[in-house]
Design a protein around this ligand. Structure first.
Ligand SMILES: [Zn+2]
Ligand SMILES: [Zn+2]
Length: 119
């Protein structure tokens, strides 16, 4: 299986049927035998988003996940778009809201639509 480490996201991506997927979500789906719901976040227990050992991964409801990061794991951010754990670049830590350029684009598109249509 082709593996690559995205230089921006610091999240491990794997290629599945020509589609890039996040390795930790895919691993958890294999473990559960079903697809993860959008509100089900995969948390890295030891705080390292690159450690995708199965015993380092746990499925949390997104609200529970947020609480975890506000307390013990405040150094590790949660992407506002996809809910992934990521380590923000130190000089951008305050502004950065997304794990990857793809997620930043999605957030930007969403905010633009919000402004335009007054959601
Ligand atoms: Zn987490
Ligand atoms: Zn993201």
């Amino acid at each position: 299986m082709e593996k690559q480490l995205s230089s921006h996201t610091r999240t491990r991506l794997i290629n599945r049927n020509g589609k890039k997927v996040r390795e930790h979500r895919w691993l958890m789906e294999q473990q559960l035998g079903r697809e993860l719901l959008p509100r089900e976040h995969v948390h890295h227990i030891n705080g390292n988003p690159l450690d995708n050992a199965l015993d380092n991964l746990v499925v949390l409801d997104c609200k529970v996940h947020m609480n975890f990061h506000n307390g013990r794991y405040s150094e590790v951010k949660i992407c506002e778009v996809c809910g992934d754990d990521y380590i923000a670049k130190p000089h951008k830590r305050k502004r950065q809201k997304c794990c990857s350029p793809e997620c930043a684009n999605r957030l930007r598109a969403y905010n633009m639509a919000k402004t335009r249509y007054g959601w």
